[in-house]
Ligand binder design. Structure first.
Ligand code: ATP
Length: 332
C-alpha cells in the first residue's frame, strides 16, 4: 500500500531532514509517526503527499511509483493543522469536493451524509465555514479527506489548535472511522499520549531516520535503544557488567535467561516494573505524591533509581524482575 525506499531529503544543500529512510505499510491500519521536534515527520508527510520532492529514493503508493506525480494524482488525501476549507462552499460541497467525476450524484450524497453522521456534523451540511467553530471546521476537513475514496489518508498534527477535550473526542472519532471504513491512516504527532491512544503501529523517528516500528506496547516495553526508552516515559538506566549469563549490578548477580556478550552493559527498567522489598539495598529514599501513584527516588550505591508504586509506604530494598529488564546489546 505504501512503500518508501531509501528516501533522502536535504534542504538548502545543508539540512539533512531524511536519511535513507525505508518504510512499508501493507494492511489498513492507523500508523502514527512520532518523534522529537525537527526529526523529519512533516517533511516525510509532505514528500508522500507530493508537496515536496525527495533528492533520492522511491515513493510507491498502491504499487505505483509516484515520485513525479502531482498530489492530486497520488490516490491519497490529507488533513493538516489548518483545515483549509473553501469559504464559498457549504459543508456538504466542501466534503463532496473532487468526487463528482468518480461517483454518481446519489452515491456521493449518501457517502457525504454517512461520513457526516459518523463525525457528528450531519446538522452542519448546509452551513458555510465562516459560521463554524475550530473543532467543527476540523471535522469537516476530516470528512472531506475520508469522502475521497483514497487508500491512504495523511494527517499531520490535525488537532494541534484545538482544546484538550475536543481533541479527545476527535481522536475517538478517527479511531472509529478507521476501523469502520478500513482505512490506512498515517498520522503525525509529537504527543505521546495521543500516539498511544491512536496507534496500531508506532513509527518512531529520530534525526531523519526511523528507529523503531512496532506496536505501542512493544515500543514501551522493548524500546530499540535508550533514546526510544526515555522518549516514552520515565526509565531507569543502570551500568553493570555481564559474565557467563550473570548480570552483575549493585553487589548482586542477576541470572539472565538469554546469552549476552560478556562485558560492560547499560540496561534499563521502567519505574513501575521495580518491585518493593528485595535483595538490592537502597538509601536516601525520597517520595513524591504524583496523584494516581507515588514516585520514590533513591540511590543504589551511587546510581539513582526511580520506583513507582500505588502505596506511600517507605521501603529500603528492591527487586528487579529479570523479565522486565531491557538490555541493549547488538546480538541480544
Ligand atoms: P516539528 O515536530 O517541530 O513539526 P518535524 O519532525 O515535523 O518537526 P520537519 O519539519 O520535517 O520536522 O523538519 C526536519 C528538519 O528540516 C528540521 O531541521 C527543519 O528545520 C528542516 N526544515 C523543514 N522544512 C524546511 C524548509 N522548508 N527549509 C529548510 N529547512 C527545513
Amino acid at each position: 500500500m505504501l512503500k518508501l525506499i531509501d528516501i533522502d531529503k536535504t534542504y538548502d544543500n545543508k539540512i539533512k531532514a531524511l536519511k535513507k529512510l525505508n518504510l512499508q505499510l501493507e494492511i489498513p491500519q492507523l500508523a502514527v509517526i512520532i518523534g522529537p521536534s525537527g526529526c523529519g515527520k512533516t517533511t516525510l508527510m509532505r514528500l508522500i503527499a507530493g508537496l515536496e520532492k525527495c533528492d533520492q529514493g522511491q515513493i510507491i503508493i498502491n504499487g505505483k511509483t509516484v515520485n513525479e506525480l502531482a498530489p492530486s494524482l497520488r490516490d491519497i488525501s490529507f488533513v493538516f493543522q489548518d483545515p483549509s476549507l473553501f469559504a464559498h462552499m457549504n459543508c456538504f460541497h466542501n466534503i463532496a469536493y473532487g468526487n463528482h467525476a468518480t461517483m454518481g450524484k446519489d452515491q456521493l450524497r449518501s457517502r457525504v451524509e454517512k461520513i457526516a453522521r459518523m463525525l457528528g456534523i450531519a446538522n452542519l451540511l448546509d452551513r458555510y465555514p465562516s459560521s463554524l467553530s475550530g473543532g467543527q471546521k476540523q471535522r469537516v476537513a476530516i470528512a472531506r479527506a475520508i469522502c475521497k475514496p483514497s487508500k491512504l489518508i495523511l494527517m499531520d498534527e490535525p488537532f494541534n489548535n484545538l482544546d484538550a477535550q475536543l481533541k479527545q473526542s476527535l481522536i475517538k472519532d478517527i479511531r472509529a472511522l478507521q476501523k469502520e471504513l478500513n482505512l490506512m491512516i498515517l498520522y503525525v504527532t509529537h504527543d505521546r499520549k495521543e500516539a498511544f491512544e491512536l496507534a496500531d503501529t508506532l513509527i518512531v523517528m529520530d534525526q531523519g531516520e526511523i528507529v523503531q516500528i512496532a506496536k505501542p506496547s512493544a515500543v514501551y516495553h522493548q524500546p530499540i535503544n535508550p533514546f526510544v526508552a526515555s522518549f516514552f516515559g520515565d526509565m531507569n538506566f543502570f551500568e553493570g557488567y555481564i559474565k557467563n549469563k550473570g548480570l552483575y549490578f549493585a553487589d548482586q548477580c542477576i541470572q539472565l535467561s538469554k546469552e549476552y556478550e560478556d562485558g560492560k552493559v547499560t540496561f534499563a527498567i521502567r519505574p513501575e516494573d521495580i518491585v518493593k522489598n528485595g535483595p538490592i539495598k537502597i538509601h536516601d529514599v525520597q517520595r513524591q505524591d504524583r496523584g494516581n501513584y507515588f514516585l520514590f527516588i533513591a540511590k543504589i550505591n551511587d546510581q539513582t533509581v526511580m520506583i513507582k508504586d500505588a502505596s506511600d509506604d517507605f521501603f529500603d530494598s528492591i527487586a528487579i524482575p529479570i523479565k522486565k529488564l531491557i538490555i541493549w546489546q547488538k546480538n541480544a
